[in-house]
Structure formats: structure tokens, C-alpha cells
Design a binder for this molecule. Structure first.
Ligand code: DX5
Ligand code: ZN
Length: 228
């Protein structure tokens, strides 16, 4: 994939109908999603439990765009290969999930997949300064990870701007994850983000039977960004 900073919307299927993932994934892609964001939680690093590698492999059969797998698990290293084999295009791991983020990013790159490093709201931008050359993306968590539908934490906008300066002209995406909607998206894009994860703001009010609502929700985010 060639690098560019055009704005990408990555709906989080954490907000999809869990009984209907295939149709939900096809619906968001048909309606203009750029990526599909998959939130993997272990009930230990975060207080919620979601998808193991077999589930992610099943999602892959429906994804035609780009599957972005956000690992909120600790330890993470023993599971990287399994999520790579499940068909992730990009795997993100948290800097807080273990003592050896450099080794973790090397392990992700060794699978041939793109790599992301995620930062919880309390973790400073500087925590990734010395591993940026192993990253294709930095993920700024704008909520505490674990659940969809939480309120955007505004202090993260400054962190995005700091990361944007740290990254300079390197081909590294800045993703923002949590509480992104038509009100907050312009703020994070102005600060330097280019990949917008949105769960509730994309899925609310729609369904695989009413997919045009997903399209409308994504357009509302894009138009808000373009208008600012
Ligand atoms: C939170 C997840 C997010 C979440 C976003 O731990 O990483 O991807 O699903 O959901 P919203 O957009 O509803 O905040
Ligand atoms: Zn996520």
C-alpha cells in the first residue's frame, strides 16, 4: 500500500451486530469505509473480552478493504503470529502492554504485516519516540480502552499534535480511537490525525438492513472534517 495522509474512516465492528458480522462488514464497506477496525480484548489488559484469532479469521473472509487489528491484550507477543495468520493487514499493540514494545514491533514487522503502536490516554507521546522507525501507525486512544461509546478525552488533541511533530515527514499514520464523531473529528484532523476509528458514530441508527444510515454517518464525519 502506498502511503498518503488522506482521511480514512475505520469503523470499529465492536459496535456492529455480533450475530451478523459478515453482512455488517459488507455494509460498512459498501457505504464507504476505508478500513475495518477490529478490537481485540483479553479481560486482563482491558476489562472486556472480545475476539480470538478464529473470529478474526472469519471476519477476514468478508473484508475487501484493509483489516486493522487493535490488540488490547497482555502479553501480546505470543499471539502476534496467530493474528497475522488470521489475516490482519496491520496489527497494533499497546506500549503499556509489556516492557518490550521495541521487540513487539519487531515481531509484528517480522510477520510481514504493517505495525501500529497504541498509547493509552495517560501515556505521553514521547513513549514512542524511539520506536517510530518500527511503526506504520501510531494510535492515540482518546478514551480508556475497553468499551465503545465513551466520551472523547480532549487532552489527547495536544498529544496528536506532539506526535505529528515527532513523526515529521516519515510515512507513519496517526490514528485516533475513541469518541470520534462529527464534533471531535475536525479537532483531531486539525492536530494531525489521518485515520479515524469510529464505532458508535458510524453504527448508531443503522443496521445491515438499513446500511444507508452507515453511509450517512460516515459522510457526516467526512463533511465535518472538510468544513473545518
Ligand atoms: C475502545 C476501542 C475502540 C472503540 C471505539 O477500546 O479501541 O475502537 O470501539 O468506539 P467509539 O467510537 O464508540 O468510541
Ligand atoms: Zn480500537
Amino acid at each position: 500500500m502506498t502511503f498518503d495522509r488522506r482521511i480514512r474512516i475505520a469503523p470499529s465492528i465492536l459496535s456492529a451486530d455480533f450475530a451478523d458480522f459478515g453482512r455488517e462488514i459488507r455494509a460498512i464497506e459498501d457505504q464507504g469505509a476505508d478500513w475495518v477496525h477490529v478490537d481485540v480484548m483479553d479481560g486482563h489488559f482491558v476489562p472486556n473480552l472480545t475476539f480470538g484469532p478464529p473470529a478474526v479469521k472469519a471476519f477476514r473472509r468478508h473484508v475487501t478493504t484493509f483489516m486493522d487489528v487493535h490488540l488490547m491484550i497482555a502479553p501480546v507477543d505470543p499471539f502476534i503470529q496467530a493474528y497475522a495468520d488470521a489475516g490482519a493487514d496491520l496489527i497494533s499493540a499497546h506500549v503499556e502492554a509489556g516492557p518490550h514494545i521495541h521487540r513487539t514491533l519487531q515481531a509484528i514487522r517480522a510477520t510481514g504485516k504493517m505495525s501500529g503502536v497504541a498509547l493509552n490516554p495517560g501515556t505521553p507521546a514521547d513513549a514512542v519516540r524511539h520506536v517510530l522507525d518500527l511503526c506504520d501507525m501510531v494510535v492515540v486512544m482518546s478514551v480508556n480502552p475497553g468499551f465503545g461509546g465513551q466520551k472523547f478525552i480532549h487532552s489527547q488533541v495536544e498529544k496528536i499534535a506532539q506526535l505529528r511533530a515527532l513523526i515529521g515527514d516519515r510515512p507513519i499514520h496517526i490514528q485516533v480511537d475513541g469518541g470520534v464523531d462529527p464534533v471531535t473529528a475536525p479537532l483531531v484532523v486539525a492536530a494531525g490525525a489521518d485515520v479515524l476509528v469510529a464505532g458508535s458514530a458510524v453504527f448508531s441508527g443503522g443496521s445491515a438492513d438499513a446500511p444507508e444510515v452507515y453511509g450517512r454517518n460516515m459522510r457526516a464525519i467526512r463533511e465535518a472534517v472538510a468544513a473545518n
